[in-house]
Write a protein that binds this ligand. Structure first.
Ligand SMILES: [Fe+2]
Ligand SMILES: [Fe+2]
Length: 136
């Protein structure tokens, strides 16, 4: 994997983090359950930080951050749908970062991805707990 490919992978990650930031922000406004809303809002801020860390790695390697996101899937307007969608996004992130940590031959990038991966695992746990607590 050369520098150009690493930048491409980092940009794909950045777009996913951007999408998560927007989806969680929007959902936190829609959720009526106060605790679930607050957790979702706080995690949207984490996702934005992930975006910054990735943008920093990209520009340091001579790349430019991409913001071209896909159409957003919020998971609907009910708490169950939104939380399930959020858990799905975290699971996708966990799977992707776990794979990349094995494959990317760049120590600095791997260090940042490990840090992000730990946070995504915590996020999924937080969302799963809210699903258990409020949706059953
Ligand atoms: Fe993230
Ligand atoms: Fe996350």
């Amino acid at each position: 994997m050369d520098q150009k490919e690493i930048i491409k992978v980092l940009n794909d990650n950045l777009v996913r983090e951007l999408e998560a930031t927007m989806i969680y922000s929007r959902n936190s406004f829609i959720m009526e359950e106060c605790d679930a809303s607050r957790v979702t809002e706080a995690i949207s801020v984490d996702e934005m930080r992930h975006m910054w860390w990735l943008a920093d790695l990209i520009t340091k390697r001579g790349g430019k951050p991409t913001m071209e996101h896909q159409e957003l899937d919020f998971g609907g307007d009910d708490l169950e749908g939104m939380l399930k969608r959020q858990i799905e996004l975290e699971s996708e992130g966990i799977e992707t970062y776990t794979r990349q940590i094995r494959e990317i031959p760049d120590e600095e990038v791997v260090g940042v991805l490990k840090h992000i991966l730990d946070e995504e695992k915590r996020h999924r746990k937080e969302f799963r707990e809210r699903l258990e607590k409020y949706v059953r």
